[in-house]
Design a protein around this ligand. Structure first.
Ligand SMILES: Nc1ncnc2c1ncn2[C@@H]1O[C@H](COP(=O)(O)OP(=O)(O)OP(=O)(O)O)[C@@H](O)[C@H]1O
Ligand SMILES: [Mg+2]
Length: 309
């Protein structure tokens, strides 16, 4: 099973309005609710591909209850650790063309709750082939959380993927994740713009502790530095010939889902990247952020180009 961990799970609420006009009241035409947060999105995408998954993390209050029941309704097995604080909602107001977001601050997690989460993680990790740690940390969770969790996974011999930002990412890197997937902004925040561009930035991230690195480049696909089946390190660039129109929110989560699946199954890296590019494009093509159009994934897969650099 692939275990995903979402420490700051969210209830994603989308309001559809005809036009968004500041300083006025709006009649909302449609309200859509979904369980969200990066790890939750990864779990939902994996489930859509019939990959066995378990969505763990923290969820609290009536919003937390709603997140759990929406996951269950989607058929995604969950093992969220309950907390006293109220999980956050993310409100997106969409007028069809553009979207405006309101991100709630989320709960404050107590030391006892964090200890309970670590204990639950220790229980689940032994059954996992791959662990995905993804997203921001709620207040109260120590900045070194990902380092602690990665150390537990490593001691159990489970493979790990970390998709985070800023200090939580830096602290996690020191614990040696098997794979990290920064986007260009996250890359810049971490190692700046070294001479030598993305390949040099990837080397800098490896020096911080990651074994393999996939940098996602938005519509330009991704660059991977990874150890292949031959035991040697390779650098590949993978992309589609054309950019797709659509909603790129959650494309990175679909990318991580494909990389986790490839890792769990021991798929050769070029094929792993083919899957990651096609599946993340299938997320751009999907009307709802954070989900994928599975037929589109199969349709796009043959047109992905992989180049070794
Ligand atoms: N317009 C697009 N057309 C085709 N593929 C795209 C497009 N935008 C993104 N992708 C694919 O999605 C992958 C991930 O996108 P991106 O680099 O934006 O991730 P991210 O910033 O981590 O996203 P997220 O908002 O989910 O965190 C890219 O590597 C690329 O393969
Ligand atoms: Mg991302």
């Amino acid at each position: 099973v692939i275990l995903t961990l979402t420490l700051n799970a969210a209830l994603d609420v989308t309001y559809a309005v005809r036009a968004l006009i500041p300083r006025t009241a709006h009649r909302v035409d449609d309200v859509a609710e979904r369980a969200g947060g990066k790890g939750v999105n990864v779990a939902r995408v994996l489930h859509a591909l019939d990959e066995p998954v378990l969505a763990a993390g923290l969820a609290g209050g009536t919003t937390g209850e709603r997140i759990r029941s929406l996951l269950t309704a989607d058929g995604v097995p969950e093992a969220m650790t309950p907390i006293a604080g109220e999980s956050r909602r993310t409100i997106s107001v969409s007028d069809g063309a553009d979207s405006t977001g309101f991100w709630e601050p989320g709960p404050v997690v107590s030391a006892a709750e964090w200890a309970r989460l670590l204990a639950a993680f220790r229980d689940h990790v032994g059954r996992a082939a791959v662990v995905v740690l993804a997203g921001s940390l709620p207040r109260g969770v120590p900045a070194g959380a990902y380092g602690e969790l990665l150390a537990v996974a490593r001691a159990t011999g489970v493979s790990t993927i970390l998709d985070a930002d800023g200090e939580p990412l830096r602290a996690g890197l020191a614990a040696g994740p098997d794979l990290v997937k920064p986007n260009l902004d996250e890359l810049d925040a971490l190692v700046g713009h070294p001479d030598g561009g993305v390949p040099a930035a990837i080397d800098a991230i490896r020096r911080l502790g990651a074994r393999d690195v996939v940098v996602s480049l938005g519509a330009d696909g991704m660059v991977a530095s990874a150890v292949g089946r031959d035991g040697a390190r390779h650098v590949w660039q993978a992309r589609l010939p054309d950019r797709l129109a659509g909603n790129p929110t959650g494309a990175g989560d679909a990318c991580v889902a494909a990389l986790a699946r490839g890792m769990a199954r021991g798929v050769a890296w070029p094929d792993r990247l083919r899957d990651a590019v096609a599946l993340s494009a299938a997320a751009v093509a999907a009307p709802v952020a954070g989900s994928v159009e599975v037929a589109e994934y199969h349709r796009l897969r043959p047109s992905v180009t992989i180049e070794e650099t």
